[in-house]
Design a protein. Structure first.
Length: 311
């Protein structure tokens, strides 16, 4: 039995994310890697407007290069809408308007946020009334970052990253993001990590299917201590990303020199996330990086997950 659908259109907003910690295990036969990660949703959002339609279509704004975001079934938001229609037996379509703010191929889960927003928007528009657990299950089929974009906040992800447990994060953390004009391919960065490990003999014995997040990371979040968190941040994909894009070394050095507590590659990169002591420090770091010619912005976390803004 479906709920009454929203009339006309539904506007949903979902956050980008940073990986405060990202440990990557070996590659398994299914092609996936075991992960242990801590996600934090930050105040940089994707907006998706779902409008009634007989067919499935998608449009994109907010990007300089329109070709960088596909508008067919390669787009996670389109796939999310069609998956929801199939799962619920909905016979119509939808037009999805994506208004993007999260960097494309920047390691911040913008495409995953679009998919999470599309699931919430279409569920409301069509009146299909799925439970949060059912939406989570559909989201997990689309990729490891999509379930987190549904929930937001701060969470530990294990398995492929889609098995989520909320992490207590006290207070607010202030970040400065430095974005790049050109993105990096997540599959290529994972492949480079595998190649590097094969050359060095790292992880010769296949690691367990589930890894663990180090206790100091969780303690720093629970204490709301940016200094402790800055010391504990880590990303296994940072080495491959920095090898692929050497300028990231310079950016990290510039941010720390400007007053950031530490800097880390977000996900598979190339976005750099600098943790700062407080909002004033973050504003100063962002201004200095901007003066140096970098594209820098001040955001904070944790923030909410995918949420209906208007209907």
């Amino acid at each position: 039995m479906s709920l009454a659908a929203f009339p006309g259109s539904v506007h949903v907003r979902a956050p980008g994310k940073i990986n405060v910690y990202l440990g990557v295990g070996g590659r398994h036969e299914d092609g996936y890697h075991a992960l242990a990660t801590v996600f934090q949703a930050v105040s940089l959002f994707e907006d998706v407007i779902a409008t009634e339609s007989d067919e499935f279509s998608l449009s994109v704004s907010g990007v300089e290069d329109a070709a960088s975001v596909p508008t067919d079934d390669r787009n996670l938001a389109m796939r999310a809408a069609k998956m929801l229609a199939t799962a619920t037996g909905y016979a119509g379509g939808v037009h999805l308007e994506l208004r993007k703010s999260v960097p494309v191929a920047g390691g911040m889960g913008g495409g995953s946020a679009d998919a999470a927003a599309a699931l919430v928007a279409c569920d409301a528009l069509w009146g299909t009334g799925l439970s949060p657990q059912h939406l989570h299950e559909l989201a997990a089929r689309l990729g490891a970052d999509v379930p987190f974009a549904l929930h937001g906040g701060t969470a530990v992800g294990t398995g492929r990253g889609d098995q989520l447990n909320p992490a207590l994060a006290r207070g607010r953390f202030d970040w400065v993001l430095v974005t790049s004009d050109a993105g990096l391919s997540t599959p290529e960065i994972y492949a480079r990590l595998d190649e590097d490990r094969a050359e060095t003999g790292a992880l010769a014995d296949d690691p367990p299917l589930s890894l663990d997040v180090p206790i100091p990371v969780l303690q720093a979040l629970r204490a709301g201590d940016p200094h402790a968190l800055a010391a504990a941040m880590f990303n296994d994909l940072e080495g491959p990303a920095r090898s692929e894009r050497p300028v990231l070394d310079d950016i990290i050095a510039e941010g720390i020199a400007a007053g950031a507590l530490n800097g880390i590659v977000s996900g598979s990169g190339p976005t750099i996330a600098f943790l700062c002591e407080n909002p004033a420090s973050a504003r100063d770091v962002a201004a200095e990086l901007q003066d140096a010619g970098r594209t820098a912005m001040h955001v904070h976390g944790p923030v909410h997950g995918a949420r209906i803004i208007s209907a």
